[in-house]
Ligand binder design. Structure first.
Ligand SMILES: *Cc1c(COP(=O)(O)O)cnc(C)c1O
Length: 360
């Protein structure tokens, strides 16, 4: 078999090897059908089963009730920045700014209604999350939007901000399914597949059914959540291959022990890396100012200077670690250790970091 690298890319990102091998086995001819999943009709029996199972497995992983619709859409999380306000913003909405993605979401909402920035740490370069006591929520807002994990800055909410009775909307693109959470706290959740769930091309939306009543019939058909809820995400051709791979990822999670299992693994992996960074006598520094805000998914850090960061990236690549460069807007280093990133990979990364520190 071809050798694989330790892929620490922020997204598209690493997938479980078992899933890739399963897909490889079924690639040429899916379960005796004589064709690849890519080649089959989205209206046929075989694909229909893949589609239904993906939804059922996701519902079982997250314990999603019948009062929620699960949608498989296209256009990335980026289209949701627009679809969310187009469908459910009536007048005004609250946005919590915790990074570049949250800002982009707020920018689109402003085209639909009035946006109240309910909290922001932009003046501190998003190196922490706004505290609950810093939030200025508007009780009449259509919803509060927040980003659960900030892929670029490496911060992550441990629990949802408290928003009382205002509907809660969340962009969970980079930490969806990294642990169990209570879907019932949310009016709408969305996530691009390509960070923690599958290949690019599919965006998951979980929307509470009462929210669908807000969608105006004057909206363009594809942009209306009701269209997709009523047609079971088969109004037009869905991203069939992405949904198929996501379905395999859901089965991989279920088989191994579900979200409690993966949360334990994720906590151990991130714990190992942060403990090493904290114990490195200041050689490595976390980019996040508040420990409780550190992400379990994207570990942002740096060496004593930019030249050493560059050297770190070059030398780590030679040793088989890919994607450790920080986002172009912030620099530094970033290790994205999503669900599929193996524990052994974190152990080997820590060994490499020890060695790099000793030599520099
Ligand atoms: C990557 C990312 C996005 C953008 O996703 P696209 O699928 O490229 O549109 C949005 N929000 C967060 C938190 C992300 O990590």
């Amino acid at each position: 078999m071809e050798k694989r690298v330790y892929n620490l890319s922020a997204g598209p990102a690493i997938l479980p090897e078992e899933v890739l091998l399963e897909a490889q086995k079924e690639f040429f001819s899916y379960k005796g059908s004589g064709m690849s999943v890519m080649e089959m009709s989205h209206r046929g029996k075989i694909y229909d089963q893949i589609h239904q199972e993906a939804e059922a497995d996701l519902r079982s992983l997250l314990n999603i009730g019948d009062n929620y619709s699960v949608l498989f859409l296209q256009g990335g999380a980026t289209l949701q920045f627009s679809m969310v306000p187009m469908n459910i913003l009536k007048g005004k909405a609250d946005y919590i700014l915790t990074g570049a993605w949250a800002k982009k979401a707020a920018k689109e909402a402003k085209k639909i209604g009035s946006v109240n920035i309910a909290g922001s740490t932009e003046s501190e370069n998003f190196n922490r999350l706004p505290r609950q006591d810093e939030l200025k929520l508007d009780s009449e807002a259509s919803y509060v939007h927040f980003t659960s994990n900030n892929t670029i800055f490496g911060t992550q909410y441990r629990t949802e901000p408290e928003v009382g009775n205002i509907p809660l909307v969340c962009d969970t693109s980079s930490d969806m399914l990294h642990k169990k959470f209570d879907v019932n706290k949310y009016a709408l959740i969305y996530a691009g597949a390509q960070k923690n769930m599958g290949p690019s091309g599919c965006t998951l939306v979980i929307v509470r059914k009462d929210m669908l009543e807000r969608s105006d019939d004057s909206l363009h058909t594809y942009l209306n959540y009701k269209t997709h809820a009523e047609s079971n995400s088969l109004y037009n051709t869905p991203p069939t291959f992405s949904i198929y791979i996501m379905g395999l990822v859901y089965k991989w999670l279920l088989k191994n022990g579900g979200l409690d299992w993966i949360y334990k693994v994720n906590s151990e992996k991130a714990g190992m890396l942060y403990d090493f960074i904290d114990g490195s006598d200041g050689f490595y520094k976390s980019a996040v100012a508040v420990k409780e805000d550190r992400s379990l998914m994207n570990v942002t850090f740096s060496t004593p200077n930019e030249d050493l960061d560059k050297k770190f990236i070059a030398e780590s690549a030679v040793k088989g670690f890919s994607g450790l460069k920080g986002h172009r807007s912030v620099g530094g280093l970033r290790a994205s250790i999503y669900n599929a990133f193996p524990q052994k990979g974190v152990e080997d990364l820590v060994e490499f970091m020890k060695d790099f520190k000793a030599k520099n």
